[in-house]
Ligand binder design. Structure first.
Ligand code: ZN
Length: 561
């Protein structure tokens, strides 16, 4: 068994790792390189393996640095299965279509220049059509479901709490009669973040591959960052300025809406009065669609958010919120003089409408620019955060005169302490711990911390490289024999498994009661909105699908007995 790190090793983008188990090849993520021009050139380079040889691709979440090269993989011959959670599949479709569109536009722009310079034409990295061609290979799963991919490989997704649909992957591999459990963290989120559940802890693994984006940094508390954001909004708009927030269209934008909504709900009447006069613009067509997808996937929200919905308040909506979809609506934002908040993508200021908003606002000291997410080396966002005074936008030099704030506490990435906390959840020392997805220093510092606190050696992966996997100690034969004799204690479901299932049943029972209650309100009188009735109907349809599938599985098993 081998693992080859093909991307997401020198920096945080281009995540891509290849595991070979027997004669099966399983890829973890297939991300796009982002940031500097040099990084982006890597997207055109060879994958480091032949796409047609890959049997399975496991996708941890829908961020472009994890999924952005999937259309290329398919274009160059991949014909296997792509496994991810159902919410990830919903999001990945808009992400990849949008990415294809950006590549088409970039090539068009480059070609206009090339014609004038007498240079040859370039082709886009991939097109919208390429993106759509890749969708048929996806097989979405739900969290907690165990899926046998082939004789040698079984996988299961746990919630990573990083963005909607994000997953930690457990891989149960079998080779040469040995069982090995590999855990891939994907990107991990912070605990107690809005909307999402906390990252799940995993008790056992022979091999761990984990991210270290913030391997040497500790975030301030999120609540403090939300307070700071509200302060900045009130202060800036009071002096007649705009607050510009570069934010990932998927994830960060929805979390900000949630935080703002909660603040409106829970703050004093004075605050609410002041805030209700300030319009909040979400200026990104993708954010509008992504917000819809969030609303459709409320089954994976945390309890607090579900309660909001049950109370009839939509957590991603408030009265002065304006979505702008068309480019005319987007342009109009910069031509009205009212002080306002503008949320726009991309989060690292590399592309999209945010560049226009920066051009219109960053030169003026009365406005404010607020960063709420990770800024990779080489990006425009990173240069602004680092205090560069002159930036270039659309070929024009612009002076950075507006105050720039960096609210790291709102990051969707676990910080150093949370990463260590997650790692401490494993009950025994893994055979190998690979650190990926972080700047070099971050990985080195985190490896030192792991040695000091947990006493074992981590491997910081800093270049494209291959390692032999040290297999687990469990013999496949023994566990197979155990499976046949259920009285053997090894083969029985653990006490924890049973408790977990029982809790799920209780929870489902409660959900059904609430659902029935709401549905009966809907049927009896006109006490709930059409939108809610539709939502209930959708939930019912999905539950029905689940129950029917479960029913047919049980029936099939009975027949085969
Ligand atoms: Zn991510």
């Amino acid at each position: 068994m081998k693992i080859k790190f093909c991307g997401g090793v020198q920096s945080v983008t281009g995540s891509c790792h290849l595991i070979t188990i027997g004669n099966r090849k399983l890829l973890l993520d297939c991300g796009q390189f982002q940031g500097s021009k040099i990084a982006e050139k890597l997207n055109y380079e060879h994958f480091g393996f032949s796409p047609s040889e890959i049997d399975f691709l496991v996708l941890s979440h829908a961020h472009i640095d994890h999924c952005g090269r999937i259309p290329l993989l398919v274009k160059y011959g991949f014909r296997g299965k792509i496994l991810c959670t159902d919410a990830t599949f919903d999001l990945v479709q808009i992400m990849l279509r949008d990415s294809g569109y950006i590549h088409e536009k970039e090539a068009e722009w480059q070609n206009r220049k090339n014609i004038r310079a007498g240079k040859p034409m370039v082709a886009p990295l991939y097109t919208v059509k390429d993106a759509e061609d890749s969708f048929k290979y996806f097989e979405p799963m739900v969290y907690g479901e165990t899926k046998q991919l082939c004789d040698e490989i079984k996988i299961r997704f746990k919630d990573a709490g990083h963005i909607l649909g994000s997953a930690i992957t457990e891989i149960f591999a079998r080779e040469d009669n040995r069982n090995t459990k590999i855990v891939f963290s994907g990107d991990l989120g912070m605990k107690d973040r809005p909307i999402l559940r906390d990252p799940e802890t995993i008790a056992e693994a022979d091999i761990i591959i984990m991210e270290t984006t913030y391997g040497n940094r500790v975030h301030p508390e999120n609540l403090k960052s939300v307070d700071a954001l509200i302060d900045i909004i009130l202060k800036t708009t009071a002096r007649g300025g705009n607050v510009v927030i570069p934010a990932f269209a998927v994830g960060r934008t929805q979390e900000l809406l949630y935080d703002l909504n909660r603040f409106y709900e829970e703050s004093s009447p004075d605050y609410r009065e002041a805030l209700s006069k300030i319009k909040v613009y979400v200026d990104s067509p993708m954010a509008v669609t992504a917000t819809e997808i969030f609303r459709r996937n409320s089954q994976v929200f945390d309890e607090e958010t579900k309660e909001y919905i049950m109370k009839g308040d939509h957590p991603l909506d408030f009265p002065n919120l304006v979505f702008s979809k068309t480019s005319e609506e987007s342009l109009a934002i910069n031509f009205n003089n009212e002080p306002k908040v503008i949320l726009s993508a991309s989060g690292m200021c590399e592309a999209g409408r945010i560049k226009h908003h920066l051009k219109h606002n960053i030169w003026n000291a009365k406005n404010a620019i607020v960063f709420v997410g990770y800024q990779a080396e080489g990006t425009l966002g990173k240069r602004i955060v680092d205090g560069e005074k002159h930036i270039t936008l659309f070929g024009e030099q612009i002076y950075v005169n507006a105050p720039v704030y960096n609210l790291e506490g709102m990051s969707g990435h676990a910080d150093r302490d949370s990463l260590l906390d997650w790692l401490s959840g494993f009950k025994k020392k893994p055979n190998q711990l690979f650190l990926v997805h972080g700047e070099a220093q971050s990985k080195l510092d985190f490896a030192d911390l792991v040695k000091a606190k947990l006493g074992y050696d981590a491997i910081p992966v800093n270049e494209v490289s291959e390692y032999d996997i040290i297999p687990g100690s469990g013999s496949a034969e023994a566990s197979e024999a155990a499976e046949k004799h259920v009285d053997n204690s090894d083969a029985q479901a653990s006490r924890e498994d049973i408790i977990e299932m029982r809790e799920k049943m209780y929870k489902l029972h409660e959900d059904f009661e609430t659902l029935l209650y709401n549905a009966s309100l809907a049927v009896d009188g006109k006490r709930i909105s059409k939108e809610h009735a539709e939502e209930i109907n959708n939930i019912l349809l999905n539950l029905e699908k689940g129950v029917v599938n479960l029913g047919s599985d049980v029936l099939l098993e009975k027949r085969n007995d």
